[in-house]
Ligand binder design. Structure first.
Ligand code: PLP
Length: 460
């Protein structure tokens, strides 16, 4: 395949993508395939001789779409969305075509400076302090790992990097049980050990109890441990819990702890002033991650970490071997020093395209619609006999269950997902299996959301 073929097939691919999105509602949302079915249809080894684009494309059409769960399906109500707007897809096509690798300013000045510009736009859009800075990672998991590594090094006076963790005081990180498992993963991978992630009891509204945080820190100090940081939950994955950051922050600050907010899903809602109170206090924290790929239309992958001051993170993660030295020295930002991988995709381009093509107004309107339709659906389901709302809507997420019990609820979920018109997933809430509903796909409409009611009525 040469560049002329690329041109012709790119047009063909663009037509295919247009039809794919147009007809998504005709496809079952969740892949209806059995494990191994696709693998069994692939040859065991790569071809020795070149194959034609026609043959490759025909196999793509025959094998791949049918074996996918369709994340851009307007009735994808599972997990959290990974929404892709047309402007984002266009930007990603250009990024793919350019194939730049932005590890250093010098290797892609436009990537670095566009990233700096988009961070500035996002800080303003979320009404976070204008003198903060930030970077774009692949995932919230990476951003949280970077933050926890920085907590570790701050607490150790940056000796862990060189001396290792042997013989160091036992470091403690605090979070509520509502935080995502990426916090557990970060604590494990940072070498702190799962047992040193202290899960603080939550209040009735599932927010971290500041008095319990205070008590846990004091108990750890009395035991000779060293508190390192707090990770706040702003929009938990299970049922959308929010910590009262403003209430807990003074506790963390009194003890000089670094603070990081995981707002992977809910952070995008900060573009709407009316939703910002849910995250009040975030502006006083050290670090804040959110995924525009979840709810802002800048498709996967795009996780933005906003930071009060990046110096400790750079000191923790940055290395500058001889082969990465450049003439610009300290004059420029080399974003590889802010994160874990050396190589970096140009993720800022899709943010630039999305914010310009739609404007913040359109993004706000979409998020508001998703929140309103979710509430409307929740109210309709509440009126269904034998069905209980198990957690109230937090932005565009609520959960429900059948009064008959977990077995009936689970069986309903299986029927729903085998049916394919909508896709829902489950979690455990207050010891009970519940079905989550969340809405956020770019092309979702009110009718798509309300179709959930019809499907549930029909399949109960
Ligand atoms: N934090 C929260 C609240 C999440 O819901 C998720 C994923 O859904 C993550 C973190 C992890 O996100 P990522 O896939 O970007 O690592």
């Amino acid at each position: 395949m040469n560049h002329d073929d690329l041109n012709a097939w790119s047009k063909r691919a663009a037509d295919w993508v247009t039809a794919y999105h147009r007809d998504l509602r005709d496809r079952p949302v969740r892949a209806q395939v059995t494990p191994g079915a696709l693998l069994d249809r692939l040859p065991a080894t790569a071809p020795e001789a070149a194959e034609t684009p026609e043959a490759i494309f025909a196999d793509f059409e025959a094998l791949i779409p049918g074996a996918l769960t369709h994340w851009q399906h307007p009735r994808f109500f599972a997990y959290f969305p990974a929404n892709a707007s047309p402007a984002s897809m266009l930007a990603e096509q250009l990024v793919n075509g350019i194939g730049a690798q932005g590890m250093l300013w010098q290797t892609a000045p436009a990537a670095t400076e566009l990233e700096q510009g988009m961070i500035r736009w996002l800080l303003a859009a979320l009404d976070l302090p204008a003198d903060w800075t930030g970077t774009i990672h692949d995932s919230a998991t990476t951003a949280t790992l970077c933050a926890v590594l920085t907590m570790r090094e701050r607490a150790l006076g940056f000796r862990g990097l060189t001396e290792g963790l042997q013989g160091q005081p036992r470091l403690r990180v605090y979070a509520s049980a509502e935080t995502h498992s990426s916090v557990d993963k970060a604590v494990r991978l940072a070498g702190l050990g799962q047992e040193n992630l202290v899960k603080i009891t939550t209040r009735a509204d599932l927010s971290m109890d500041p008095a319990q945080l205070q008590a846990a820190i004091e108990a750890d100090l009395a035991a000779g441990h060293r508190p390192a940081g707090v990770v706040f939950c702003a929009g938990g994955t299970g049922v959308g819990a929010f910590d009262d950051i403003a209430a807990c922050l003074p506790v963390a600050q009194t003890h000089g702890l670094m603070t990081h907010v995981d707002a992977a899903w809910a952070g995008s809602a900060g573009v709407c002033p009316e939703f910002r109170p849910l995250m009040a206090g975030a502006e006083g924290c050290d670090s804040f991650v959110f995924n525009p790929h979840k709810w802002m239309g800048a498709q996967f992958d795009c996780a933005v970490q906003l930071m009060r001051d990046p110096l400790d993170q750079i000191r923790t993660l940055g290395l500058r071997p001889d082969y990465l030295q450049t003439l610009e020295g300290e004059e420029v930002t080399n974003f590889n020093e802010w994160t874990i991988p050396l190589g970096r995709r140009m993720r800022a381009l899709k943010l630039w395209f999305v914010m310009r093509a739609y404007g913040l107004d359109t993004i706000r309107a979409r998020i508001r619609d998703h929140v309103a339709w979710t509430s409307e659906l929740c109210a309709a389901l509440r009126a269904e006999p034998g069905l209980e709302i198990t957690s109230e809507p937090r932005l565009a997420l609520f959960s429900f269950a059948l009064s008959e019990g977990c077995t009936a609820t689970e069986a309903l979920l299986q029927r729903i997902n085998a049916d394919g018109r909508i896709y829902l997933t489950q979690t455990t809430h207050r010891g009970r299996l519940v079905i989550r509903f969340t809405c956020g796909t770019w092309d979702a409409t009110r009718a798509d959301v309300m179709e959930t009611l019809n499907v549930i009525r029909e399949l109960r």
